[in-house]
Design a protein around this ligand. Sequence first.
Ligand SMILES: Cc1cc2nc3c(=O)[nH]c(=O)nc-3n(C[C@H](O)[C@H](O)[C@H](O)COP(=O)(O)OP(=O)(O)OC[C@H]3O[C@@H](n4cnc5c(N)ncnc54)[C@H](O)[C@@H]3O)c2cc1C
Length: 422
Amino acid sequence: MDEFAGNRTDVLIIGGGIIGLCCAYYLNRDGASVRVVDKGDMDEGASHVNAGFLVPSHIEPMAAPGVIAQGLKWLANPESPFYIKPRFDLDLTAWLLGFKAACTKEHLNRSIPVLRDLALEGLALYDDVCRLPEFAGVGPKKTGLIMLHSSDYSEQHNMQFAEMANDAGLVVERLNREETLTLEPGIRSPVTGSVFCKQDESLDPGQFVNTLRKYLEVKGVLFSPGTLVSDMTLSGTRLSSVTTSRGSFEAEHVVLAAGAWSGKLARKAGLKIPLQPATGYSISVDDPENRLSIPLISIEEKITIGPMRGKIRFAGTLTLVGFDSKIDPVRLRPLQRQVKLYFDDIDKGDRTMPDAQSGFRPCSTDGLPIIGKTDPRSNFYIATGHGMLGMTQGLITGKTIAELVAGDQSRFDIPELSPDRF
Ligand SMILES: Cc1cc2nc3c(=O)[nH]c(=O)nc-3n(C[C@H](O)[C@H](O)[C@H](O)COP(=O)(O)OP(=O)(O)OC[C@H]3O[C@@H](n4cnc5c(N)ncnc54)[C@H](O)[C@@H]3O)c2cc1C
């Protein structure tokens, strides 16, 4: 029986992670009736376990020159930050070919202003939202972010990055070891110098997402957790119905924001959205002393160290192993080593290493998010593919989708982000 029969809304959003919730926020603000369906309880996964860095400095897409050579070197090392599980998988093969084709200088140059502007405009939206009284204490900390290097190799990488960021008009500063340690005396990771990205911010992602959900519930957004979308039917260019484990839903507009699962769901509607789940891990350690105030990235090991109120979250690892959320104990070791640098009492006495959590980053082949309408005449919108930047780009994605649903001009309705670019 369809327990939701008659419960038609203006907009149905598939997926209640950061992207789905941000879409719900702007659609609700515009006066639309909105339902969010999610197969889970909306309390775990990428949007909850991530590092919470809001980073205009991340202007290099995942698909960039040199990335494949570096990735191949890493494959040989079981503790490296990157791994692909060898397997016969046509989707993965097609994705890797698309990724390789995007690793060009031209693509990099086209992507830099897009990623920069999505982030900068997205950060301004965080300020707007977090001014609401319901978000008191949740907003981003504007401390900047320090990218640490500790070898000639990582220094060279960091200096190239600084030049690229300066050229893109971002405010970054090169610091030597003493200047780095003066800026953040709490650093325990090896460091010979750093780049300080002054415009970067950070927050506790779980706290933001949970606050946003509660806010939306009060504002009348309907939530259907435990509701797996199993099919979608297109009639011509319009999506006529969405079938779920708890009946079928109808809506004027449908937004697909199902993170890494969006590619498989889009296929049901006959659309090609090439995505791979890129698994990442994080470990959160209670830190009542707040021993660190500025977020850090260790360039050498590709590990982020994020101080949040009362805890520090260490995050990293990117593995293409399919939808497998199991934590690989060997690949977790570098993250645990960083934890022990900051908390040398761990695994001594009563204090044990906290369990790691994992999440799937929804990675597109070209490293850019996929935001837009599937066809000018359609009622079906895609909001996914945010890879490593879903927190940074969440609000700007939601605003863009709401503008498109309203039939308005949108600043980010551009070919670089369009769902039909593949
Ligand atoms: C370790 C780690 C660190 C990260 N650090 C950062 C960072 O510092 N800054 C940053 O900007 N980004 C970061 N990211 C990336 C960011 O977390 C993701 O880009 C973002 O969370 C993706 O959000 P989403 O809403 O698209 O997907 P998700 O959070 O995965 O949400 C998708 C939702 O869709 C639901 N769903 C899927 N299939 C179905 C279905 N068939 N029916 C119904 N519901 C369905 C799922 O249950 C899920 O709740 C990090 C990610 C990881 C893993």
